[in-house]
Design a protein around this ligand. Structure first.
Ligand SMILES: *Cc1c(COP(=O)(O)O)cnc(C)c1O
Length: 485
């Protein structure tokens, strides 16, 4: 199975190399070569479990031995607190797909419990070592650290924006255990961190200094991150059919709280594989660069980076859009390269009218301000006794104002307890207290259970306190790498 770079169709790598490398050497993203020929047969999935469906999907993308693939999928999803993995909850206006029952209470766990095992399979029989570099807007970091902790032949360094993540998210990372883990705050925002990490991947001098250790990525630029996310779109659909909410073949909608465009791209890939989808709705917070793009065809990141109460979506450069545009342009690598060069030089590009028309046919879009987000958290709690996290609430608000035909699923990407300050403020109207006091109060008031991994966080030892400027990240990596084992 081969993958190509979105910026150069002649760069081809087999699935294992694409997985281990993360990003193509020309800066492009890897895409499966004959993806258009791949299809799933929904009828065959009706009586299957989450892990069985995951196996059916992942074997389309990876050529691993089937029994080994099956076994790592089982191992990964046994770490979730429910055997359904991603349960679907019916509310008045939509279904909510809960993606946060993994070890770190964020949807990133769905992919990051599995990715380390996929990397191990790809490393089998080689003595190569992998150094995972990850930029995080809050949730990827912890989920990746937890996934790669003490995995042989791997080390992981996570960079997060100082003051750009929630208190709970920061504590989750700074208390990380494992002898192969490092966590470092940077002075800058998520885009700064992600851009710096991408540049480090392409830095041949630095790579030489690392010897046989090779960089890889746990961000959604890695196909091993993206592909496990296709699964829950299909699982949600099958659930609706099994519960007689829809008939097999009916089209449904998905509303997705979006940052790096990884999650929603997985939905688009599910649709390409044959899932009956009407609209994929891209929901943004005030950093609404994607809303503007999907309505005008102009991508323009030259704007103020705003901090919001949905910090994991505070992103102005959505990496995975590149894969979508590659697909919509009919694999036109030269065109994609020209757009990405423009983005790098001027922070801006405009797609042609053909692509804009396709975007509008496939995607809806909307955005919510912090105030609207809080109002929705309050309203859904009061009317339905269901507690939304701020990211899910952004999507919920956008869902309410769309005119969608058929059933709609809102993707819920995090436990509300990861964002206690904002959620307690919305529901209880209190703010100025310690996060863990708020967590308790929120529990006392709502009786929504607090996930185990968040309960005792404040009594755990702080193990990481590094802070660097973004221009010093490469130097930091060389220093840190020596201490990791
Ligand atoms: C990462 C994240 C998102 C955005 O997902 P993308 O794949 O980056 O679009 C939304 N909500 C939460 C809670 C997240 O952690």
């Amino acid at each position: 199975m081969n993958y190509r770079s979105t910026r150069n169709n002649t760069i081809r790598k087999n699935d294992k190399t694409a997985l281990l490398q993360g990003l193509s050497e020309d800066g492009g993203l890897f895409v499966l070569e004959n993806f258009n020929e791949k299809k799933i047969d929904l009828k065959n999935l009706l009586d299957k479990s989450y892990t069985d469906i995951a196996f059916e999907v992942l074997k389309l993308f990876f050529s691993f031995d089937e029994s080994k693939l099956k076994s790592v999928i089982e191992k990964a999803y046994s770490k979730f607190s429910t055997s359904k993995v991603t349960p679907l909850v019916e509310l008045k206006d939509a279904y909510v797909l809960e993606l946060f029952h993994g070890p770190t209470s964020a949807f990133k766990d769905v992919a990051l419990t599995l990715l380390p095992y996929l990397i191990q399979l790809a490393l089998e029989g080689s003595d190569q070592e992998i150094l995972i570099l990850t930029a995080t807007s809050g949730d990827t970091g912890k989920a990746a650290l937890e996934g790669f902790k003490d995995v042989d032949q791997t080390e992981i360094i996570v960079f997060y924006p100082k003051n750009g993540v929630s208190k709970i998210q920061e504590l989750q990372m700074r208390t990380q255990e494992g002898k192969n883990t490092k966590v470092c705050a940077i002075e800058g925002n998520f885009d700064d961190a992600q851009t710096a990490v991408k540049n480090i991947f392409l830095d041949e001098e630095l790579q030489k200094k690392l010897g046989k250790k090779k960089f890889s990525s746990a961000n959604s630029i890695n196909i091993g991150r993206l592909t496990p996310q296709i699964v829950y779109y299909i699982v949600a659909y099958i659930d609706l059919v099994k519960n007689k909410k829809i008939n097999l073949g009916d089209k449904i909608n998905f509303v997705v709280p979006t940052g790096n465009f990884g999650d929603i791209l997985a939905g688009y890939y599910a649709k390409k594989l044959g899932l009956p989808v009407n609209k994929l709705v891209c929901a943004s917070n005030k950093n609404n660069v994607l809303y503007d793009f999907l309505t005008t065809g102009i991508y323009d990141r030259n704007r103020e980076f705003l901090k919001t109460i949905s910090p994991s979506m505070d992103i102005l450069i959505s990496s995975n859009l590149e894969r979508l545009l590659y697909d919509l342009s009919g694999s036109d690598d030269k065109y994609i390269k020209s757009l990405m060069d423009e983005l790098k030089q001027s922070g801006k590009y405009q797609v042609n009218t053909d692509i804009l028309a396709k975007l509008k046919a496939e995607f809806g879009s909307g955005y919510a301000s912090d105030e609207e987000t809080s109002q929705v958290i309050k309203k859904v709690w009061e009317e339905e006794k269901y507690l939304l996290d701020p990211h899910t609430a952004v999507a919920y608000k956008v869902m309410l104002e769309q005119n969608l035909e058929g059933e709609t699923v809102v993707l819920s990407t995090a436990s509300p307890y990861k964002f206690c300050t904002s959620v307690a403020n919305a529901v209880l109207n209190i703010t100025d207290e310690d996060e863990f006091k708020l967590m308790e109060k929120l529990y006392e008031f709502t009786k929504v259970p607090v996930p185990e991994n968040l309960k005792n966080l404040n009594s755990k030892e702080i193990r990481h306190s590094d802070l660097v400027k973004r221009e010093d990240m490469a130097k930091y990596i060389l220093e840190a790498e020596k201490c990791l084992k």
